[in-house]
Design a binder for this molecule. Structure first.
Ligand SMILES: Nc1ncnc2c1ncn2[C@@H]1O[C@H](COP(=O)(O)OP(=O)(O)OP(=O)(O)O)[C@@H](O)[C@H]1O
Ligand SMILES: [Mg+2]
Length: 355
């Protein structure tokens, strides 16, 4: 039961980034889901931004790891420690977390056991109550789509570890499809390409920079270039290379084909009425990958479905998770008030809640 002083939080525990929304305050934390661990003692050296800055620059006794893989917890102890660090960072001195309720987003299609593990992690860290909610549902809620109505909505969330396509209606997921290719796999493709074409070894952060600066899903009218540094694979010495946007554009073809295929497959599985709504209303594009230049246009061209990019593609999942909790609590509050007043029938009560 919600108490007046209970705090509501929405947590998006992503493969690349963790985002926390607090009711009444908005987004209170945005940090990379990265931890630096000492290999000799297992001790945690740094978390979040600080740990990400160490990626690719560590001595032998330090390991920088992403404790989530494909959206699910791969390293339980490190994820728990990371979450604890983030919670401490936003709570300051007041131990608010003990009187808090949390909605935490999880990828579609994970098992109930995996869901429970995530909920227990949050409760273990002191929250009064935690509930796992599917990412696309939370993202759609956060972006203001009419998810609780009998109208079909399509969400395409391209994150770091997974790309999820989901059709939603009446507050639930009707069909969904998850591809284990997203932002991080594009970075890996870039690393492999630079190795092949330039005989140059580059790190993950450089590959991500190439993607963000000159990556485009549509051919650019004016070609852009970026000069990056790496290690020559033949003589082992540092060397620079200039890469052009058309190279990355061609490289993205394979990834984009997998995304378009996932959208087609999901639409094929979807009841015709809902497919009709989607063709009319369009799809919502969110997650960090939504910020890839020209992606919305390319998807619209290849699927014929209008595409709308979320206003806050990196934040809408955490925002929506928090808002869903708030919405649910409001409904519960209203329901208990109506019960108290002796509402005539449960239908009348539902009608009042729906208004
Ligand atoms: N401007 C941009 N262009 C292309 N990709 C971008 C851009 N900005 C961020 N990204 C990518 O978005 C990804 C992170 O997105 P997001 O934070 O939504 O993932 P996540 O929620 O942590 O992961 P997942 O949902 O898979 O668990 C990273 O791979 C990052 O490189
Ligand atoms: Mg995500």
């Amino acid at each position: 039961m919600l108490k007046r002083w209970d705090m509501l939080y929405g947590i998006d525990l992503g493969t690349s980034n963790t985002v926390i929304y607090q009711q009444g305050k908005g987004i209170v934390l945005r940090e990379p889901s990265v931890v630096a661990v000492r290999t000799d003692t297992g001790e945690i050296q740094a978390v979040g931004e600080e740990a990400l800055a160490m990626l690719g620059r560590t001595p032998g006794n330090l390991d920088v790891i992403y404790p989530l893989k494909d959206g699910v917890i791969a390293n339980f102890d490190v994820t728990t420690a990371m979450l604890q660090y983030f919670i401490r960072k936003i709570q300051g001195r007041t131990p608010w977390f003990r009187s808090s309720q949390v909605y935490i987003s999880v990828p579609c299609g994970i098992t109930n056991v995996q869901k429970r593990a995530v909920e227990e992690t949050v409760v273990h860290k002191g929250a009064k109550k935690a509930l796992a909610v599917e990412e696309p549902l939370a993202a759609a809620f956060g972006a203001g789509l009419p998810v609780d109505q009998p109208i079909g909505s399509l969400v395409l969330d391209i994150g770091g570890g997974t790309s999820q396509v989901a059709v939603l209606s009446l507050g639930g997921i009707v069909v969904s499809h998850t591809v284990r290719r997203a932002g991080m796999s594009i970075d890996k493709d870039i690393i492999d390409y630079v190795k092949r074409a330039y005989n140059l070894a580059i790190g993950e952060r450089t590959a991500e920079e190439i993607k963000m600066r000159i990556g485009s899903a549509m051919e650019l009218k004016e070609e852009a270039t970026i000069t990056i540094k790496g290690r020559d694979l033949l003589d082992g010495l540092p060397r620079a290379a200039t890469i052009s946007s058309s190279e990355i554009y061609s490289l993205l073809d394979d990834f984009l084909a997998a995304i378009v295929e996932a959208i087609r497959y999901t639409l094929e599985q979807c009841p015709p009425e809902l497919a009709g709504d989607i063709v009319e209303q369009g799809m919502l594009l969110c997650g960090g990958g939504a910020m890839l230049q020209g992606l919305d246009e390319r998807i619209r061209l290849e699927t014929g479905v209008p595409v709308q990019v979320a206003d806050q593609p990196l934040d809408c999942t955490a925002l929506g998770a928090g808002m869903m909790l708030d919405y649910r609590n409001e409904r519960n509050l209203l329901r208990s008030r109506l019960e108290y007043r002796g509402a005539a029938s449960s239908e009348a009560m539902e009608e009042k809640i729906a208004q």
